[in-house]
Design a protein around this ligand. Sequence first.
Ligand SMILES: Cc1cc2nc3c(=O)[nH]c(=O)nc-3n(C[C@H](O)[C@H](O)[C@H](O)COP(=O)(O)OP(=O)(O)OC[C@H]3O[C@@H](n4cnc5c(N)ncnc54)[C@H](O)[C@@H]3O)c2cc1C
Length: 424
Amino acid sequence: MIKTTPFWTEETPRPADLHTVELPDAVDVAVIGSGYTGLHAALALRAAGATVAVLEQETIGWGASSRNGGMATTGLKEDMSVVFKRYGSDKGRQFWAWALASIDYLEHTVRTEGINCNFQRSGHVTLACKQSHFDHFAEEVAWFRSALDYQDTWVVSKNDLRTEIGTNEYFGGLVDRNSAAVQPARYVFGLAEAAARRGAHLVEHAQVTGMMRRRGRFFLGTTRGKLEAREVLLATNGYTTNLVPAARQGIFPVGSYIIVTAPLPEALQLELSPRSRMFFDSKNFLNYFRITPDGRMLFGGRHNLSTGLDLMDSARMMQARMIEVFPQLSGTPLTHTWTGKLGICFDLMPHLGRVGGVHYAYGYAGHGVSVAGYLGKEAGEMLAGKRTSSLLSEITHPRYPFTPYDRIYLPIVSNWYRFKDAIG
Ligand SMILES: Cc1cc2nc3c(=O)[nH]c(=O)nc-3n(C[C@H](O)[C@H](O)[C@H](O)COP(=O)(O)OP(=O)(O)OC[C@H]3O[C@@H](n4cnc5c(N)ncnc54)[C@H](O)[C@@H]3O)c2cc1C
């Protein structure tokens, strides 16, 4: 029987002694959402001496931050070459450095806070699904060297690919040594413990249902009572609702789905992933996969952008794809499948901003394991008056004042991606 709850939180449940509290009457800053964004913001606010409440509608870390693949990969969702064209080469270089710094910051946080989340600088490999994709890899390496002076990425030919991965399915790979791996639930629970230790009020089962602003102060209604705050930070990413309609108009949710196998014999783990890399392929509807710290294959992706796919149908499709990639896994049972929501902005960039007086930080588009915490920290520093801007608050943020994304926008984009994958 396959469980339909995240493997990560079964392996490491929310700590029973995590210090959560009743809703306070008033704080300097109310943070809505208790994932990487909200908790890093809370840490930065506490470091500056501000009082802060982290309000979570479910339990701490319940959203994407405890459900993801745990792959902290370099760069942003948008291609760096597009970022260069859109914002210019100076800003492009700054965005690249910022994204790399977010992985260093993740490493720094887990070391200084003593968070045991299996952090490892594993590196990642992008796998070419077509010869044309592989041909593009060499150009990409050359571009990274000349435009970014970045030497830590290289091409692996099909003939040599077995040194990286135990399959003949791909046309070659592109390695980047700076990406990292974590056990995501351990990471988010460790952050929550650090935030509680530093005096942040963590309030669970406190869904924010409404808010109003009067004489420069916010009054929030929650399912656990009322709270007054000087400032509000929306840290809800893929779970953003119409609570602040203008914020919702700048982001849309996309479902991501994961399956996990039973633990594999050590020799098979080594055959499938000799260097413990993080993997993803070169399609638009990509698959991402890795070996978990306890030796299972975790395989993720989506065949549609919708958040409402049938979990077991989706698990069957992913298992079929996993066996195409790794025929060695054809007899291995699945133990878990689950889903969660990513948040994607229309320009594929993260954004930090303010609408109607409410601050927000979101839009990581599948790069949030490193980027969400870094942007959350910057948001916290801005709210605490420790910085005046961030690279991600300085760019235009496209918004669309319609909300039936699931029914209209996403099917169109899904078909476009499918078409590109078919011809590309
Ligand atoms: C299946 C899956 C796989 C992924 N894999 C990767 C990966 O390998 N690498 C990577 O970099 N990224 C990955 N991601 C993305 C990454 O997990 C996210 O970008 C990151 O966790 C976002 O963190 P966050 O704190 O902004 O949001 P979340 O962790 O989603 O937290 C938002 C929280 O807000 C709460 N909330 C919403 N509305 C309210 C309200 N009104 N009141 C109170 N609380 C509210 C929600 O309950 C939720 O807990 C993946 C995501 C998913 C779903």
